[in-house]
Design a protein around this ligand. Structure first.
Ligand code: NDP
Length: 333
């Protein structure tokens, strides 16, 4: 049931992120609430309807999804599907006149990102990428350091976002057709994001390397990638992403000090330090903050913290990294 001034969200794809993060967070949000579900798994309909009091008229599958157009309870469609389905469902949601949150990575290619952005522009609906960290206080403090030049100019940044994957080798994340790529598409976007908000600039050049140590497990997708960025102001940066090793941090060295977050990109609480001391902020669900921020953007015209252009920018960098790897690197001997 919708409270006054609270927008209805429909989650599309009831996998682990929807089940364990987004739906619980939507019990705490104030500007939006869980109003509907879209699922391809019949058994989930009843489980979710009972657990969250979702009326039958707000339950859709992937075939009848477009009729969501006629449903006044749904204001926002949140696409939480495997990456290869992001563009299709974001575009269908926009054409149904609904605002869109699309999970990261925004799509498989820059071309798909453009198509999503165009569909949302044409339909006059708002679009955000599920970059929860932009609503998170430690990340916002880093962005403030950069904006206010608290420690002077950023000269060097290092960012890691990686975990060791040991689960089912047939999972969609390791299937290129469904994921569009391995570690880089999954965790790599966080390290790209960190490098950019820690410098306040988009990189202008990149070199990159790919490493594989478990080819039997990673048959189809990249296992480990390192990349080096050059920023227009002269700063340089390194990123590391992997499905083979755990890593989760950012560090920036500046003309008059430094700052770091560790961890930098999990569900929190994050932790951080700077040349001025330890950072401390109260913890709240990042997903709650993120969805409330987007609903506030729609309701009250506050900032869209993670617009579609940001997701597209990151895919431009992802494509440049894959191109650099394909061009090859010189061996030492
Ligand atoms: P899961 O595999 O847990 O869930 C995906 C769901 O998509 C499935 O449960 C299913 O839902 C639906 N689906 C439809 N077609 C397929 C298919 N061919 N193969 C697999 N699933 C299918 O994935 P996650 O929930 O972990 O991730 C979903 C998206 O969210 C990804 O884009 C991921 O990158 C992003 N994500 C973002 C996070 C963040 O912190 N921002 C964290 C985790 C994920 P149903 O049964 O309802 O049809």
């Amino acid at each position: 049931g919708g409270k006054k001034g609270s927008l209805g969200i429909a989650l599309v794809g009831l996998g682990s992120y929807s089940t364990y993060q987004l739906a619980p967070a939507l019990q705490e949000t104030v500007n939006c609430h869980l109003a509907g579900i879209v699922t391809g798994t019949k058994e989930k309909e009843k489980i979710w309807a009972e657990k969250y009091g979702i009326p039958e008229k707000n339950i859709y599958n992937y075939d009848n999804f477009d009729t969501i157009r006629d449903n006044q309870d749904i204001d926002i469609v949140y696409v939480v599907l495997p990456n290869s389905m992001h563009a299709e469902f974001s575009i269908r949601a926009a054409r149904a006149g609904k605002h869109v949150i699309c999970e990261k990575p925004m799509a498989l290619s820059v071309e798909e990102c453009d198509a999503i952005i165009k569909a949302c522009t044409d339909a006059g609906v708002k679009l955000a990428v599920g970059y929860r960290l932009h609503s998170e206080p430690y990340t916002q403090e880093v962005k403030r350091f950069v904006k206010e030049k608290t420690f002077g100019e950023v000269l060097y940044v290092s960012a890691e976002a990686a975990y060791r994957s040991v689960g089912n080798p047939d999972q969609w994340r390791l299937n290129r057709e469904l994921s569009g790529g391995g570690a880089l598409m999954n965790m790599g976007v966080y390290s790209i994001q960190s490098a950019i908000y820690s410098t306040g600039q988009n990189p202008v050049a990149v070199t990159a390397q790919e490493f594989s140590t478990r080819p039997d497990y990673f048959r189809d997708t990249d296992e480990t990638i390192t990349a080096q960025f050059q920023f227009p102001g002269g700063a340089v940066g390194n990123i590391f992403t992997s499905h083979n090793a755990n890593a989760n941090s950012l560090y920036a060295s500046c003309t008059r000090g430094w700052f770091s977050l560790k961890p930098a990109n999990n569900y929190g609480p994050l932790a951080g330090e700077s040349a001025n001391g330890i950072l401390t902020f109260p913890h709240q669900s990042q997903q709650k903050l993120q969805m409330d921020d987007f609903a506030s953007h729609i309701l009250y015209r506050t900032e869209n913290r993670a617009p579609g252009e940001m997701g597209k920018r990151d895919l431009i960098i992802v494509e440049a990294i894959y191109r650099s790897i394909a061009e090859g690197n010189k061996s030492i001997s």
